[in-house]
Design a protein. Structure first.
Length: 627
């Protein structure tokens, strides 16, 4: 959860005594006062601030993603600056998604810095330095408020390394205003309940779906139900939790197809529930149906049967209980037969302490090969009319694909563009020139509304040369290696990527050797994302929850061990014994310098792997903290 706050800073002699809706702030230098609120128009400060006669600063921070600072004097705007401009559009603040070139950026900062210095001088603040302000404005920030507070300190309205906070929390170091906690819908009860939460019996209602007309068609597109037939009914499940005299409750909607699907929850009255298809009257499910499966069975038999059955796998997505491996992580310790599963994808991770900034030509060549191998064939399959090469989603073709580029400059500024030829060439030129710390290319599949699909996976390749905690130059510190990540949806590997999984592993092999990887792994999980380990996320896994080194992540379908790991397990003999025992399927040397050995547990990364991993883990306890 990021920071949400609006700030006003004024000279204390001109500050309103008790501005309505604003809390007194703290953290300013003597002679200045701050006020804080959670809700304010970031572009227009509004009353009572429009009548402040002297210098004033207004600022907004939106979920720590974006921060807008505006300087005022005599009621007129003197300057403004948007931190993390590329994210502004998501909050209604105009901004560019693509970072301009360095010359354009420098030219744009000159008048802003000049205006800031003029404003500071007129406000009696003489410590501001142009080079310091220019450097702050040139950067992007993980937390947008960091850029805001650095600028306020450079202007002299807060101390160096200072920040703003509510005056009532002045003694609570680091306290800043945050988004309020979500409040559940409260329903009054006629009699007080007990002190402990209670779970009354759930209530189920069912209704027949009207499949004729545009409402059902829109419903199918919105929820990506094209492969799931025409279920006969909707079932609405009402569940309550009672604490004291207050009941918290919500509706959850299900489709009664085979398999039945859970759709979404709704806090409110059933009549006001949005986004439902046309349907008949709601009928009460008999009270003896105390579980959702019983309610669904009753609705199929007594309200409406399915008009058309769902497609069979692999022609539709899967629910969680249909996955080859169900206990995929702490977020799926109890697989649901009604929840749609994320499409399994191949996730490949490589870690290296090589300074990739010294190998940008080789890195650009490898990324170009990766795009040509993994992404371009998919784009060709869809054809130009169904390919969207823009970072802006407006106008994207339904059921098409998008291709985009994410880049972060050495100063932390993000840029989001389409992946057309011109944008790709510019990204490669910036990489070769040493201007980037992160570069990724993504292919995403679109739903029937032209938005990114929630269930159909895509392909991604990204490289982080230096993470946010690493200095811009010098050796990479322990625990902060450069990372190379490839992700690819199983359906695309099976149907559209030449060579499939083997081609991806070969691409990973080339990167490991070229860039001196120290370790890496590959898995076919649908729940653990990039830079996550499904071995570590499984609650039943027998590991000590503490890595023996920064990058030991457990046993996966594919595993890459470097010289340090081989030395820790006593050499290659351990791995050869595992292969002889049949506990690993494949063992091969990828490189002699650096020394790299690769082994796979099974033939299929998308099949059951956990049991194999658990038989291998005890023999690798020296490098995965197995207990």
């Amino acid at each position: 959860m990021g920071l949400w706050a609006a700030y006003v800073l004024v000279e204390s002699v001109g500050a309103p005594a008790d501005p309505d809706g604003w809390e007194p702030g703290a953290g300013t230098v003597d002679g200045w006062s701050a006020f804080i609120t959670r809700s304010a128009d970031p572009l227009h400060p509004g009353a009572p601030w429009t009548t402040v006669p002297g210098p004033m600063l207004t600022a907004s921070v939106l979920d720590s993603d974006v921060s807008l600072l505006i300087g005022w004097d005599k009621g007129e705007e003197r300057f403004r600056w948007l931190f993390n401009e590329e994210a502004g559009a998501g909050y209604g603040i105009p901004g560019r998604a693509e970072e301009p070139d360095e010359q354009t950026q420098a030219a744009e900062r000159v008048p802003v810095v000049t205006a800031m210095l003029t404003w500071a001088a007129e406000a009696g603040l003489t410590a501001a330095e142009p080079d310091r302000l220019d450097d702050i404005l040139s950067r992007g920030y993980v937390l947008a408020e960091d850029g805001l507070f650095a600028t306020l300190a450079a202007l002299g309205v807060i101390p160096p390394d200072g920040y703003l906070y509510q005056a009532e929390h002045a003694e609570e170091t680091g306290h800043i205003l945050e988004r309020p906690e979500f409040q559940h819908l409260a329903l009054a009860r006629s009699a007080a309940g007990g002190l402990a939460p209670a779970q009354p019996a759930p209530m189920f209602l069912a209704t027949a779906i009207d499949h004729d007309g545009p409402a059902w068609a829109r419903f199918v597109v919105r929820h990506e139900l094209e492969e799931w037939g025409r279920p006969g009914c909707l079932v609405a499940a009402w569940r309550e939790v009672t604490v004291g005299a207050t009941t918290f409750g919500s509706w959850t909607f299900y489709l009664t197809g085979d398999p039945a699907l859970v759709l979404y929850g709704w806090h409110g009255t059933l009549e006001a529930a949005p986004r439902l298809p046309d349907h008949g009257p709601w009928l009460a499910v008999p009270a003896e149906c105390t579980e959702i499966d019983a309610a669904i069975t009753w609705a199929r038999a007594h309200v409406a049967a399915d008009a058309t059955p769902a497609a069979a796998p692999p022609h539709r997505g899967l629910v969680q209980t249909e996955l080859a491996e169900q206990l995929l992580g702490i977020d799926m310790t109890s697989a649901s037969p009604h929840a749609r599963a994320a499409e399994p994808r191949l996730v490949c991770q490589l870690y290296t302490y090589t300074d990739l900034a010294e190998h940008t030509d080789a890195l650009a060549d490898w990324l170009t090969d990766a795009r040509q191998l993994l992404i371009d064939p998919v784009l060709a399959t869809y054809g130009p009319d169904r390919v969207w090469l823009s970072a802006d989603g407006d106008g994207a073709p339904p059921y098409g694909v998008s291709a985009s580029i994410d880049a972060k400059s050495v100063k932390g500024r993000w840029s989001y563009t389409g992946a057309g030829a011109a944008q790709w060439n510019r990204a490669m030129a910036r990489l070769r020139a040493g201007q980037l710390h992160f570069l990724g290319v993504r292919l995403g599949r679109l739903d029937g509304e032209g938005s990114g699909s929630r269930y159909r996976g895509g392909i991604g390749v990204h490289v982080e040369l230096r993470d946010q905690f690493t200095e811009a130059t010098g050796p990479l510190p322990d625990g902060h290696p450069a990372t190379i990540v490839i992700t690819a949806a199983r359906s695309l590997l099976d149907e559209q990527v030449p060579g499939g999984t083997a081609a991806v592993v070969d691409l990973l092999h080339r990167a490991a050797v070229t860039f001196g990887a120290v370790t890496g792994y590959v898995h076919g999980s649908g729940s653990a994302g990039s830079l996550q380990s499904p071995f570590e996320r499984r609650s039943p896994a027998h590991w000590e929850k503490q890595r023996l080194d920064a990058m030991s992540r457990g046993v996966h379908w594919g595993n890459l061990l470097g010289a340090g790991h081989l030395a820790a397990i006593g050499g290659l003999d351990r791995l050869e014994r595992l292969r002889a025992d049949g506990r690993i399927r494949r063992l091969e040397q990828w490189s002699t310098e650096p020394q790299l050995w690769w082994f796979e547990l099974t033939d299929d990364p998308f099949g059951p792997v956990n049991a194999h991993a658990d038989t291998v883990a005890p023999d690798l306890r020296e490098i995965i903290a197995y207990r």
